[in-house]
Each structure stands twice: as C-alpha cells, then as structure tokens.
Design a binder for this molecule. Structure first.
Ligand code: NAD
Length: 287
C-alpha cells in the first residue's frame, strides 16, 4: 500500500487511483469545455465512466481531444469532439447546435475551459486582463446561456434525471482566496462565483441545477511551475493540510457525482475540492 505521506515529499508520485464509478449518469448527454487537457479531460472520462455520452470541447490540439474521445468510448458510450473558442459567441452557438444535432439532447454542461496570464499589476497589460476575463468568465456565461436555453427547450421531455439539466462551473479556491500577481484570474473566478449563484437562483424554478467546483492545486499544465520541482512542491505543500497535490481524477469523480441525482438537492453551491487549502493552514500553529 502506498504511504499517503509519500506525496508530501515526492512531487513525482501521484495519489493512488480512485475506485471505479457506478453508472450514475446512464443515458445522459454531457458537454465538457476545455476537455482535451488536465481537469476537463478527467471530467469527460469520469462522466463517460458513469455512463454519459460526452462531447469533448477543445480550441487547439484536436489530436488530444480525439484521444480523450477514444478513451471515453472505451467505457461503452458515444463521444465526439467539438472545436470552439468559448469566448466567441458564434462558435459557442455552433458548438451547442452541433452537439444537439449529434446527441439529440443536452443534460449536463461542465464549463471548465480556463487559462491564466499572470503578472504583477505593474506589468499586467489590458490584453492579459481581457483575455482571462473573456475565457474564464464570459466563456462560462456564453456556455451557460446556451445550455439553459436547451434545457428549457427540452422541458420535461427527458426522463434521465430529476433535474431538467445540470451545469457545473469550474471555479477555483481563488474565488475566495485573494491571489497577488494573478488579479485577472482571481477576479474571473470571483465573477464565476456570483454568476453561478445568480444563475442558480434564476433557473432553479425550472429545475435546472447550477453549481461550481472550486479546485485547489491540481496537477495539470496550468500550474506546472507550482509542482514540477522539489522546491516548488515543498512550498506548495505548506498550503495543503492533506499533504498531497490533487490529481485531475480527484475533480473528475466529484463532477460525475455532483451531476448525478445523488446531488439533486444541491443548488447554487460551491464544492471546494482542495485538500483543505481553504482552511488557511498558515493559522494552524497560531491558535
Ligand atoms: P489546462 O491548461 O490543463 O486546461 C485548460 C483547458 O482549457 C485546455 O484544454 C485549454 O485548451 C482550454 N481552453 C483555454 N482557452 C480556451 C478557449 N478560449 N476555449 C476553449 N477552451 C479553452 O488546465 P486545468 O488545470 O485543467 O484547468 C481547467 C479549469 O480548472 C480552469 O478553469 C482552471 O481555472 C480551473 N482550475 C485549475 C486548478 C489547478 O490547480 N489545475 C485549480 C483551480 C481551478
């Protein structure tokens, strides 16, 4: 058995794989944005493992998206890839239209696509600011608007889930923890929080469930510098009481569960999946 403490000192060692998922989402149709890498890929695979047919959105690197779709099909369902820049209104509209033509319906959207353009305020350009806000916040708005319109159109015609539709927004612990040198990113995720809650309030009467997942530090390309060297990893561990970095699968499996009817009464919530990062471990010895 792997010593869980090993992850505290060894950046190369991934946490052991999680147990397989039951078929919580059988017959459901799910679209995941930014699904050819990192967390989005793990979410697409977990939804497929749970029985959903999946759409794998990507903006660049179609071959990575095709690999994810192939791996998703191995769970027995259908999977297709969709190119769209989530910050582009026309491309988002075309993606949702194609998805519904291909799959006949939409039951789950995981709005995951996101990026960072880090700089101190003295060096941050307007382009850095606009780019991050347009993908991380406007992209989630455009995808949520399209998904909600489709859920409303379907009404009660679907019988695959208690809710008429589910949206999971990929937020971050930085919807809550301020982040110097990343003002664009933190502002985008703070915006995701209020967008998610306001949409959840507006759409709950239609039985559309909207929630967020707020990951802590997950081992993906977006934060490579925070875990790739021993020194960086040790510094990161000071922020994570649970003593290991998160793996993409930690988020994927939670997304499948949150989209399932086991979570039917969860509406407008943010689920922090962060190994305790939002417990502010810097205060642990100061009680
Ligand atoms: P990643 O870089 O591996 O994946 C990001 C994905 O978004 C990629 O597939 C990328 O191509 C896609 N993307 C970027 N711009 C896009 C656009 N305009 N249109 C469509 N897709 C686009 O990083 P990740 O860590 O997997 O990040 C996924 C989400 O999780 C992001 O929203 C990120 O903010 C969030 N998150 C990540 C962490 C972490 O520690 N990795 C922590 C908190 C939140």
């Amino acid at each position: 058995m792997t010593d869980p403490a090993a992850n505290r000192t060894n950046p190369k060692e991934a946490a052991p794989a999680l147990p397989p998922l039951p078929r919580l989402l059988a017959g459901q149709k799910a679209l995941v944005t930014g699904a050819n890498s990192g967390i989005g890929k793990a979410v697409a695979l977990a939804l497929a493992e749970a029985g959903a047919d999946v759409g794998v959105n990507y903006v660049v690197n179609p071959e990575q998206a095709e690999e994810v779709a192939t791996a998703a099909r191995a769970f027995g369902g259908a999977a297709r890839i969709y190119q769209a820049d989530v910050s582009n209104e026309a491309q988002v509209a075309a993606m949702f239209e194609s998805f519904v033509i291909d799959f006949g319906a939409l039951d789950i959207l995981v709005a995951n696509a996101g990026l960072q353009r880090d700089a101190s305020i003295a060096r941050m350009t307007l382009d850095d600011w606009n780019k991050v806000l347009s993908v991380n916040l406007t992209g989630q708005f455009l995808c949520a608007r399209a998904a909600i319109a489709q859920f409303r159109k379907q009404g009660d015609s679907r019988r695959v889930s208690r809710a008429r539709g589910k949206i999971i927004d990929m937020s971050s612990v930085h919807q809550m923890i301020p982040w110097a040198g990343h003002v664009n990113y933190a502002a985008s995720k703070g915006g995701v929080m209020m967008m998610m809650q306001s949409l959840a309030q507006e759409c709950a009467p239609d039985r559309i469930r909207i929630n967020s997942i707020a990951p802590g530090a997950i081992r993906t390309p977006i934060n490579h510098d925070a875990w790739a060297t021993q020194e960086a990893y040790d510094k990161l561990m000071a922020l994570i009481p649970y003593g290991r970095i998160g793996e993409p699968e930690d988020i994927g499996k939670v997304a499948a569960w949150l989209a399932s009817d086991y979570c039917d009464y969860i509406v407008g919530a943010t689920l922090f999946v962060d190994g305790g990062m939002t417990l502010y471990p810097g205060f642990a010895d100061n009680g």
